[in-house]
Ligand binder design. Sequence first.
Ligand code: ADP
Length: 596
Amino acid sequence: MRSLVDALPQFVWIARPDGSISYNNQRLIDYLARKVEQMEGAGWLEAVHPDDRERVWEAWQTAQIEQTYEIEHRLRHGSGAYRWMLVRGEPQRDSQGTILYWVGTCTDIEKQKQVEQQLEESKQNLWVLTEMVPQLIWTARADGQTDYCNQRFCDYTGATAEQLSGYGWRQFVHPDDVAHMTIIRGQAFSTGSPYEVEYRLRENKTGRYRWFLVRAMPIRDEAGQLIKWFGTCTDIEEQKHIEDELRQSQERVNALMNSNVIGISVIEAGRMVDANETLLRMTGYTREDLQAGRLNVMQMTAPEYRERTRQAHQELHARRSLTPYEKEYICQDGSRLPVLVGGILLQRPSQAIGFVLDNSARKELEQRKDAFISMASHELRNPLTALKLQATLLRRQMDRQGIQTSLPALASMEHQIDIITRLVDDLLDVSKMQAGKLEYVWETIDLDALLSEIVETMRQTRPDRCILLGGAIGAPLTGDRDRLGQVFTNLLSNAIKYSTAAEPIEVELSASPECATIRVRDHGLGIPREQRDRIFERFYRVVDARRRTIAGLGMGLYIVAEIVKSHGGSITVDSCVGQGSTFTVTLPRCRPAEQG
Ligand code: ADP
């Protein structure tokens, strides 16, 4: 009997009615690497895993009452490692029913336990996956009826898994999308191939529809039989919005590019890589020229504007945008096109968008205006000279005849003639400067003397004003005496015009070996910062409430700046609104090289 029991592939044990072990078969002894004596009493509990011990002891106690024993627990191997066992015990009784002993077996179920555990783990993982992914997940039977929806699907639609099952989920699909979806699904189900379809599903929380991308995969068994569909619904509402916005912005860009108002180009490293039809039409180039890389911004720019263009490119890279500036393009046929050019730098630093407006109409108008000014000032000059002459003759006659009564009227006439003459002279100067035809008479000038003369004349004409003259230049300078006289007279007139009688005007002279510096300072209105550069432009005037009543045509400072420039000098202004302005003229001692 013992030999038979020892040969069994199972562990066999026999226990006394009190629970103490009386026999272990050889296999069990080998497994435990302990003798039966060591298992005496409750010694066997020692070999049970500590975590299972309490549960096993309780089961053994219960077994005494229920007369049967069955439990799974870990049992220690001789090596110290534990393995899961299914332990069973049956009491053996005598004819009176008294338990004589317990016979039991331990079956090694370690493998089975491991498989169970793995299964549990993978079930757990799958559950976590299906519940944690941001998608709505479903499975359907081979006939297309949904048999599982994850919690997210239920939460999103506000329906239970039962309500969604079968075709229940369809009630949440946007009515406009049902037909398309049905076609796609129908095709996939009939061919058994994976499908993708986009449709809107109603969200319970907001009552609104959101776009989803639905993907489904057929699952087949080993025989290739379709057994299930596995599907996901991914929320693509945001993407749809972005796509929409992108499309709209693309439409706007296209509309802009196709407009026939403005020429648009895309420039990369100085080369035009794209341009709209308007720009091509304006410049006479073809799309083939463009594609062949024949449109180079610098080469298309008329030579005298290339330096300005270089500056513009620097500005573009520094500020990412370009203040529009005027220049001329050389068209494909060699003609010139006046243009107004602006631009912005794109995120990709090497690409810029250029905006080009045909400026020829404006330029032509400007030319006509210049021609008119030139003609009008010439035409006015002759009758004015005659008028002045007549007034001088009249004065002499009246003097001779001793007529006193009409003298004030004559003086007033002469004064008005002088004002008009100055205006017309200024206009003439401006148009000559524009045409580059103003001539200079170069001579050696004593600036100290010239300035004291001008200041003295000013003091006489405006005895109400205090004009202070300080410092000295001390050495002669080459220049045009009358023109430089015009510069300082203009600056002093402005200083008087734009300040009040209570405020003195200061003229300061200083010199270095190379140049002479003349400062004209007033304590009047001052000039707003943003307009300081512009006051030297032709016909530019600062217009504000306090200046509205002060007459002028905006020519004075333009003439001043042009004369100073022709002398190789510079003029700057420093000003504080309400506190006054200082104009600083710097003139080189020698005549500028290009003059001579
Ligand atoms: P205008 O005929 O208007 O005086 P200018 O060319 O001499 O023309 O001056 C241009 C503008 O500069 C003027 O409109 C004026 O507002 C401003 N300006 C010139 N000089 C002064 C100054 N000394 N103080 C304040 N503003 C001045």
